[in-house]
Design a protein around this ligand. Structure first.
Ligand code: AHR
Length: 348
C-alpha cells in the first residue's frame, strides 16, 4: 500500500488524452509473471461486468448512470450490474455471480483496497480482463498492467491535500478540526486522510508542500462516517459534546459534510460561521450548501467514468497493454464561494 501511495505522489503527467483526463506513468518494481493479461478480441458488442459498491448517495448513482448511459444506451452493449449495498462481502459474492455469466471484461470499483485485491487476482486467473474505476486495490497484492489493465480515477491524496490547503488558509493556520473519514479500508478514505494530514504536518510528498506544516491546525477527533450522510450526522452528534472547541470539519465526502451540518445546526452551532467545513465530491447539494454559506468548499471527485472506461477499453483492444498507463488520472475542479453559483444544479 505504501509503495502504491508513494508512487502516486510521484506521478509523471505525460499529457492530456481527452477532455479532463491525463495519463500518468508510474514506476514500480513487480514480479515477472509468465501469464499475460488476457486480450480482448475485436467484435461489435461486448458484455461488461459492473459490480457496483452501493446506491446510497448521489455520487454512486451518477457513476452507475454514467456506465449505463455509455455501455447500454449509447453502444447497445450488455451491462451485467450488481449492487453490493455498501457490503464488501456482498461485492465479493456479486463478482462471482457475474463471473459465472462469463462477461468479456469486468469494469468496477473495488469497495475496499485489500479485501478486493485477491478477487482481482482470481478474475485475472480466470482469463477475464479487468479495468478498475473510481477505487484502486492494494498494489502489493494485485498490480495494474500485470493483473489488471489499469486504474481509472482521481488523485485522492491530492484531493486531501487541496482540502487541507484551503482550510489552513481560511483558518489562518489555527483550527480545532474534526475529520469524518470515508469507508474504512477504502482507497479514497486512506488517501484523502493521508493527503490532508501530511499537508498539515508539512510531510506531504509532492508539490505544493508547506515547509514546517501548520502546527496550529490540530485534528482533535477523527472517525469514520462510511461516506454516508446519516452516519456523518451521527458521528458529529456523538463527538460534539466531548469536543465543543471544534471550529473546523474535514469530511471525506460531501454527504458526510451535509450530515455534519445538520448535527451542528441541531446543536445550535452555525456552520459556515463558527464551524468552517470542507469536503470532497462536488455534488449538487454541496454546491447549494456553499451558495447558502454553510459549506466552505468542496474538491471535485468526478463520478463520470462511462466514457473514460470505454475509451480505455477500446485502446486496450486496438493497441494492447503497452499503450495503457498504469493509472488514468481524472482531473478534478474545486468549488468555493468564488464559483459555486455558476455550478448550481449542474453537477449530480
Ligand atoms: O470512491 C469515491 C467515493 O465513494 C466518493 O467520494 C463517495 O461519495 C463515494 O461513496
Amino acid at each position: 500500500m505504501s509503495e502504491r501511495r508513494w508512487s502516486r505522489r510521484n506521478v509523471l503527467k505525460l499529457g492530456a488524452t481527452s477532455a479532463g483526463v491525463f495519463v500518468a506513468g508510474r514506476y514500480y518494481v513487480g514480479r515477472v509473471h509468465a501469464k499475460q493479461l488476457s486480450p480482448l478480441e475485436k467484435k461489435d458488442k461486448y458484455t461488461i461486468g459492473f459490480a457496483q459498491v452501493g446506491s446510497n448517495n448521489p455520487w454512486r448513482i451518477a457513476e452507475t448512470n454514467s456506465m449505463k448511459e455509455q455501455f447500454e444506451t449509447k453502444l447497445g452493449w450488455t451491462l451485467i450490474m450488481t449492487d453490493a449495498n455498501e457490503d464488501t462481502a456482498k461485492q465479493l459474492a456479486d463478482i462471482d455471480t457475474i463471473l459465472a455469466q462469463r462477461p468479456d471484461i469486468m469494469i468496477f470499483p473495488p469497495r475496499e483496497s485489500q479485501a478486493l485485491a485477491p478477487k482481482v487476482l482470481e478474475i485475472y486467473e480466470a482469463g477475464i480482463p479487468v479495468i478498475l474505476i473510481d477505487r484502486d486495490v492494494d498494489h502489493s497484492i494485485a498490480r495494474p498492467k500485470e493483473h489488471y489493465i489499469t486504474f481509472i480515477g482521481s488523485d485522492f491524496v491530492d484531493q486531501g491535500r487541496r482540502a487541507a490547503e484551503w482550510l489552513a488558509k481560511t483558518m489562518n493556520g489555527e483550527a480545532n478540526i474534526m475529520q469524518l473519514e470515508g469507508t474504512t479500508g477504502s482507497d479514497p478514505a486512506i488517501d484523502r486522510k493521508q493527503g490532508f494530514e501530511d499537508y498539515l504536518a508539512g510531510t506531504f510528498k509532492g508539490t505544493p508542500t508547506a515547509e514546517g506544516g501548520f502546527p496550529g491546525m490540530k485534528i482533535i477527533a477523527s472517525q469514520s462516517g462510511d461516506f454516508q450522510r446519516e452516519k456523518g450526522r451521527q458521528v458529529m452528534e456523538s463527538l460534539l459534546p466531548a469536543h465543543p472547541e471544534v471550529n473546523a470539519v474535514y469530511a471525506h465526502n460531501d454527504e458526510m459534510a451535509i450530515g455534519a451540518i445538520e448535527a451542528l445546526e441541531a446543536a445550535g452551532r452555525k456552520p459556515g460561521e463558527d464551524v468552517i467545513l470542507v469536503s470532497i465530491d462536488g455534488e449538487n447539494a454541496a454546491i447549494q450548501a456553499i451558495v447558502d454559506g454553510k459549506l466552505g468548499a468542496s474538491v471535485e471527485s468526478s463520478p463520470f467514468f462511462g466514457p473514460i472506461a470505454y475509451e480505455t477499453m477500446m485502446k486496450y483492444i486496438e493497441e494492447g497493454i503497452d499503450a495503457i498507463p498504469e493509472w488514468v488520472v481524472v482531473e478534478d475542479r474545486f468549488f468555493d464561494a468564488s464559483n459555486a453559483e455558476e455550478f448550481l444544479d449542474k453537477q449530480f
